[in-house]
Ligand binder design. Structure first.
Ligand code: ZN
Length: 241
């Protein structure tokens, strides 16, 4: 079975459509949170994800905030503005979808947590020390995460520090060791590569393949301005930061 693994779509419908087109055939979707926030198309992204096969999705900090589950003062001014504006735009169908998302879940040997297994809503896993502490916070072989918007793998290497990989387009990964994997961000990459990021997991071969795809960033930046969101949210998409 081929599984499309995505995270941090952030209301970027154009990037999500490009990812789905580039992914080829897939029978299942794993979404690691933050479908909303930042971009122009929150309802459209939720509606599209709901049409995909076998979706397992968890809640990110932006999804929780838009539903009123988090204090908005924890967000910077721009992010808060987008959340407030999108909360007003959100349809009942979108609310019904977001409301039912779990903060953490697991399927077989794969756990899901948006930020990190020990703090799924807020913690960024970008350093060895944070990753090391998190290997004890879940009990499956694999944990999928997002939140940092950087495609990355941490590999358990006890008693030494974890190993870290920064995969590029077309890189494949397979391991019997315990590892935590971030597919990167669909809608707002922050690894200085503006292309939308995702992973295809083949569970027969046990292979995780990282992929990048370009999309029409101009059209997204235009819609961001049209919606009255900070123009900076469009500009950063061109730089991938
Ligand atoms: Zn995010």
């Amino acid at each position: 079975m081929r599984t499309l693994v995505i995270s941090d779509v952030h209301s970027n419908l154009t990037a999500l459509e490009a990812v789905i087109a580039a992914a080829g055939q897939f029978e299942r979707v794993w979404c690691l949170g933050d479908i909303v926030g930042y971009g122009p198309d929150p309802n459209e992204c939720i509606a599209l994800i709901r049409t995909l096969p076998e979706v397992t999705s968890i809640m990110g900090n932006h999804d929780a905030a838009i539903m009123g589950f988090l204090d908005l003062n924890a967000f910077n001014d721009g992010a808060r503005l987008a959340i407030e504006q999108q909360a007003n735009m959100l349809t009942q169908e979108s609310r019904d979808f977001l409301e039912l998302l779990d903060v953490r879940t697991a399927l077989g040997e794969v756990s899901f947590a948006h930020g990190s297994p020990r703090n799924p809503i807020w913690e960024y896993m970008l350093s060895y020390s944070v990753a090391e502490a998190n290997f004890d916070a879940y009990d499956t072989q694999i944990c999928l995460f997002g939140h940092s918007h950087v495609p990355m793998i941490f590999i358990e290497n006890k008693p030494a520090k974890p190993l870290a990989l920064l995969p590029a387009h077309a890189d494949m990964w397979r391991s019997q060791k315990r590892f935590m994997l971030n597919p990167g961000s669909v809608g707002q990459p922050r690894d200085h590569n503006p292309k939308a990021s995702f992973v295809i997991y083949d569970d027969e071969e046990q292979i995780w393949q990282f992929q990048r795809v370009s999309y029409d960033i101009d059209s997204v930046a235009e819609r961001i301005i049209k919606r009255g969101l900070p123009a900076y949210f469009g500009k950063r998409l061109f730089q991938g930061d």
